[in-house]
Design a protein around this ligand. Structure first.
Ligand code: AMP
Length: 399
């Protein structure tokens, strides 16, 4: 079975053709500058790659057509015809409260997706455009499945998702914690259960997805119980450029003091804050580590503030679940940030978390990096959202 996984942005489209059973990636790549001039990248397994080719892509439909042509191309294609694509799995950012799992896309589902647009005005329209383009180019006979970033977190109890605001804002305006990175947290939690050789139903896990965007999730019995991102992906720990949690009173204070309008203020919170904001150096953890090593104290403070915040949530979620069996590190920083991982767990020995420094000297591989006598495992698990989307899509289509 071959699944085409699509992650459509407003002017870009990431794709991957893979077999969820063998986990083999047949080809992957990226369409960029859609609606501008069009750049196409295609990497087939074991064949010649195309990089940054100029291809006119006035809309997402031409982008999908370009992808399909490359996949069936007689020289460096990977399938004989489009018939070898069994289904398409689309990453959709926001499913609101309407979707607690992946779904086969029907007209009703499309209408429900449109209703979720106010919750993710930057992302959902692009995801919907990607779906429409696939249906247009591939025809209605190829099943399309939506896999949501928010769906995994729909199991959170009301105590975790309710904000302490007048209750009608939840009832009428759907203001609540939704959480994001769900596909990643779900994937790594399943891998963690496999690594530990235990049924996921018996496990209490804390998944730390630490990348340019970061979120921590408490996962009990395979279900999300709490997560750091909220109504939007701005909440939680400090991120590359996003502030994470902050006192809402700061917003009015800074707007009054500097004459910012709300758009400027949100731009600061989304694009100029986080570790970039504190350090004044970069949003990239490698740059921050280099700068800190050279004695830049703001860069060091940014790294320390990030580690401290992640550590606090680990403590909070262990308290919320009444214990923890394993802490998972994933995404760019979680998979590669040897020092960051070590700093985050240092001081947690009292709760049975003990790292093996030698084992922790690893990057981008599935490894248990905890000391032999630790009672809480520390697992490094590379995330694979595309594979999770393909597996979900295969399950739905198989029904
Ligand atoms: P992601 O958003 O998951 O792609 O993660 C991007 C982040 O991972 C960036 O801040 C990178 O600096 C960070 N990252 C990637 N490789 C390393 C590394 N070897 N050490 C520390 N951070 C890394």
């Amino acid at each position: 079975m071959n699944i085409l996984v699509i992650n459509a942005g407003s002017s870009s489209l990431k794709y991957q053709l893979l077999n969820p059973e063998t986990q083999e990636v047949l080809a992957k790549g990226l369409c960029e500058r859609i609606g501008i001039d069009g750049k196409f990248t295609y990497k087939p397994a074991n064949k010649e790659a195309i990089k940054d080719a100029d291809v006119a892509m006035p809309t997402h439909s031409e982008a999908i057509q370009t992808v399909l042509h490359a996949l069936v191309d007689e020289h460096n294609g990977v399938i004989a015809s489009m018939k070898e694509i069994d289904a398409v799995g689309h990453r959709v950012v926001h499913g609101g409260e309407a979707f607690s799992g992946s779904v086969l896309i029907t007209e009703d589902v499309m209408n429900a997706l449109e209703e979720c647009i106010p919750l993710a005005p930057l992302h959902n329209p692009a995801n919907i455009t990607g779906i429409k383009a696939c249906v247009e180019v591939m025809g209605k006979e190829v099943p399309q499945v939506a896999v949501f970033d928010t769906a995994f977190h729909q199991t959170m109890p009301a105590v975790a998702y309710t904000y302490a605001l007048p209750y009608e804002f939840y009832q009428q305006d759907k203001v609540r914690r939704y959480g994001f990175h769900g596909t990643s947290h779900k994937y790594v939690s399943q891998r963690a259960a496999a690594m530990l050789g235990k049924p996921i139903e018996e496990l209490k896990l804390i998944s730390c997805h630490l990348g340019n965007g970061s979120s921590i999730t408490a996962i009990q019995g395979g279900k999300s119980m709490d997560t750091t991102m909220g109504f939007t992906p701005l909440a939680g720990v400090p991120m590359g450029t996003r502030s994470g949690d902050l006192d809402a009173g700061i917003i009015e204070y800074l707007m009054n003091k500097h004459g910012y309008d709300i758009k400027e203020m949100l731009n600061i919170l989304n694009k100029k804050s986080g570790v970039l904001g504190i350090s004044g150096v970069s949003s990239d953890f490698r740059d921050l580590e280099d700068a800190a090593e050279k004695g830049n104290q703001q860069a060091q403070l940014a790294l320390d503030a990030f580690d401290y915040s992640v550590k606090k949530f680990i403590g909070a979620y262990a308290a919320a679940m009444g214990g923890v069996d394993a802490i998972i590190f994933t995404a760019g920083v979680g998979e590669n940030g040897v020092t960051t991982r070590a700093n985050i767990v240092s001081g947690l020995e009292y709760m049975g978390v003990k790292m093996d420094a030698e084992k922790n000297n690893t990057r981008g591989k599935e490894v248990d990096v905890s000391a032999d006598d630790a009672t809480v495992r520390i697992l490094v698990i590379p995330t694979n959202e595309e594979l999770m989307i393909a597996m979900d899509t295969a399950t739905i289509v198989g029904k």
